[in-house]
Design a protein around this ligand. Structure first.
Ligand SMILES: Nc1ncnc2c1ncn2[C@@H]1O[C@H](COP(=O)(O)OP(=O)(O)OP(=O)(O)O)[C@@H](O)[C@H]1O
Length: 675
């Protein structure tokens, strides 16, 4: 107790039973010893507001180390009181779907162009199974439905046959330096980041490989005269599950009709990490007598790891594993149950644990809206020790590692520009995130397919990785929902996440001392978590502007929460939220009075409900899509859509921010994506 300089009242506060009636939040004066309050020179009002205006110039990290040291006593109320009981995390028995990602067979057996075989990736491995199976089938001229887990190498599985067939073509249209040495193979991208005029000019010049998002291609089908499909040899629908998840089904139908109208003889390939009903439906209408490729490991002799040919009329479901999702073998999935009040400190503690106290960690944190990405990005950047600026002097070496944060979402106009100027050659070709070690889902995704795609940003192509799903105690049932798709998670206890704070002397609440012999027990963990929460609350309440910023983020969270699909409403229902507790996870000391929860319910948009596009105005759907993790963000420049965005109910479901213990420059890598 004396180390924190806390009063008996503070100790009682931490020790209060969870059955105690909701305590009114104590004022600073009640928790802050008079002597200390005078010493730090900050007089507080009865509302707990600092009268001394916050100046960002005071400190590079928003709340300076000096401030931290001079305010040893926490004044944050009841972080550990009145929380719902944390139930045991369900542990359904799940036999995970396993896939054989690699094959020992070498690629030189395939009759490929020598330049393709000499590509460095082929010398690295025997080869990804999906490539070993797909390439020969596609070279034979077959249509194919390819289902293989995230990060298993699906892109090259179709790119190699496409390039192999194009390089053999006689007519050369122009010279490109992209696909050296196949200089006459010219790829082009349509994704809406540019003016349509430049895209039209590119189409006019002629390209061999057109990579496009469905929406933008439909746009050109409707308005670009120079777009002809009569000589198309291949139609590839990559990420089919995400195309459907994001509501592009109608656009894909328009594309298929337009292509069919001009060209009947071509090869069609459909690739997906997950196999849902929608994907098989799309396969039925887009593929002709397809080879079904799946790299399932044999389980009880039931599935055939080799490629199989669908009997005529049979549904194109490789391995019959509909709605059972394969997860990379090197991926350890976890979930943790965290009461709403403790969410923010838990996330911060987890980031610190991995990115500050462990080496070579790179983490992606997924949030449910762009506003949430912005809020947490700025908050952590300004408050977390090591979040920015130089490491503070006198810290132990283990705690001096600098955290680097990068935000990424679909509503970033300026930031994207800046980002592009820094990493121009990288970002202009799309992003891949190599060597990501942790995926954190701060807000649960609204479909299992989305879950799979999020966690699939780690443990790619045989690497190891881990994921953490943060759920409220009332959301524990979501684990069962995942289990019904053969997704298996194990529990990480909240105490284990928060305990890292005892290693971080920034949260000691008093001047840092080099060594302590005292073991860290639950009371100390609670004290430090409260110090951290106070840091957040002080930052948020240091100006009216920041308070309203936090309120907006909270509002956005509630809006997103209202958009879970009907089948998950029993787990995620906005009425089950304790707004006062949730407010705390935004650094707010009280729940704002004017949250528009009922209005949100009226305007809910469910991205995963089949037939979404029929029920939702198309512009709103577009606004949703533009803000998705698959959006480049540049589309948001379309003023009309931006206007719609303002009024669209939830700002989106999937968005992400990246934080890493490494330099930001190590984050990006070339990646071409479609859709
Ligand atoms: N033959 C190969 N040898 C070595 N690395 C490879 C090979 N094929 C692909 N890779 C690498 O593996 C990573 C994952 O490949 P890719 O992006 O094609 O996976 P995917 O199955 O499409 O994943 P997702 O479903 O998540 O989009 C990429 O970084 C890619 O460069």
């Amino acid at each position: 107790g004396h180390e924190l300089g806390c009063t008996e009242a503070t100790r009682r506060k931490y020790g209060a039973s969870s059955e105690a009636p909701p305590a009114k939040r104590r004022t600073t004066a009640a928790l802050l010893p008079a002597k200390k309050a005078a010493a730090d020179g900050t007089q507080r009002t009865s509302k707990g507001k600092a009268q001394k205006p916050f100046s960002p110039n005071n400190s590079a990290v928003g709340v300076s180390d000096k401030d931290r040291e001079q305010k040893p006593c926490v004044r944050t109320s009841s972080l550990f009181k009145n929380n719902p009981e944390i139930p045991a995390l369900p542990r359904p028995v799940v036999q995970q779907v396993r896939e054989q990602v690699f094959t020992s067979d070498a690629f030189h057996e395939l009759d490929l162009h020598p330049h393709l075989v000499s590509t460095p990736v082929f010398s690295l491995l025997g080869g990804p199974s999906v490539q070993k199976q797909s390439i020969p089938a596609l070279l034979e001229g077959r249509d194919a439905l390819v289902r293989s887990q995230t990060g298993s190498g699906k892109t090259l599985a179709y790119c190699i046959p496409v390039v192999q067939s194009l390089q053999a073509m006689k007519s050369k249209i122009q010279v490109s330096s992209w696909l050296v040495p196949f200089t006459w193979i010219v790829p082009g991208v349509l994704m809406g980041g540019e003016k349509k005029k430049s895209e039209k000019a590119r189409l006019r010049k002629g390209i061999n490989i057109l990579i496009s998002t469905p929406g933008r291609l439909v746009d050109h089908i409707k308005s670009t005269k120079n777009l002809h499909f009569s000589r198309i040899r291949w139609l590839v629908l990559d990420e089919a599950d995400r195309i459907l998840d994001l509501g592009f089904e109608k656009d894909v139908t328009v594309i298929l009709n337009a292509v069919n109208a001009e060209c009947r003889r071509r090869q069609n390939v459909l690739l997906s990490a997950t196999l849902t009903e929608g994907v098989t439906r799309l396969a039925d209408i887009s593929l002709l007598d397809p080879v079904r490729i799946s790299v399932l490991e044999e389980q009880g002799g039931q599935s055939d790891p080799e490629r199989s040919v669908a009997p005529e009329g049979a549904p194109a479901v490789p391995g019959g594993e509909l709605d059972s999702f394969a997860v990379p073998g090197g991926l350890d999935q976890h979930a943790t149950l965290v009461p709403s009040k403790l969410r923010l400190v838990s996330l911060a503690a987890f980031i610190l644990q991995k990115c500050k106290f462990e080496k070579d960690q790179k983490m992606i944190v997924f949030f449910s809206s762009c506003e949430l990405v912005e809020f947490h990005y700025h908050l952590f950047l300004q408050t977390l020790p090591g979040g920015s600026g130089a490491p503070a002097a006198g810290r132990p070496p283990s705690a001096s590692a600098r955290l680097k944060f990068l935000r990424l979402h679909g509503d970033m106009e300026q930031e994207v520009t800046i980002f592009f100027s820094v990493l121009k050659d990288v970002a202009a070709r799309g992003l891949d995130l190599p060597q990501v070690t942790w995926i954190v889902q701060y807000n649960a995704p609204s479909s299992p397919a989305e879950y799979i795609h999020r966690i699939g940003r780690t443990a790619r192509i045989g690497c190891r990785g881990s994921s953490l799903l943060i759920l409220a105690p009332s959301e524990a049932g979501y684990v069962n929902s995942l289990a019904s798709h053969k997704i298996n998670v194990s529990e990480i206890k909240l105490e284990d996440i928060l305990s890292v704070l005892t290693r971080d002397d920034c949260f000691e609440g008093s001047r840092w001392r080099p060594q302590k012999s005292r073991a860290a027990g639950p009371p100390e963990i609670r004290q430090r978590a409260t110090v951290l929460q106070t840091l957040f609350e002080d930052y948020v309440h240091s100006s009216e502007k920041r308070v309203s910023w936090a309120k907006k983020a909270l509002q956005s969270f509630i809006r997103a929460y209202a958009t879970y699909p009907r089948e998950l409403k029993h787990i995620f229902h906005v009425r089950a939220l304790h707004l006062g507790h949730v407010a705390k996870s935004f650094g707010l000391r009280d729940a704002p009075q004017n949250l528009s929860v009922p209005a949100v319910k009226r305007r809910k948009v469910n991205m995963n409900r089949p037939g979404l596009h029929k029920k939702t105005p198309s512009k709103r759907r577009l606004a949703e899509i533009l803000r998705s993790e698959y959006s480049s963000g540049m589309e948001a420049r379309v003023a009309k859509v931006k206007k719609q965005n303002k009024h669209a109910a939830p700002s989106s479901r999937p968005c992400s921010a990246v934080c890493s213990g490494r330099p930001a420059s190590a984050v990006g890598k070339k990646k071409k994506r479609s859709p």
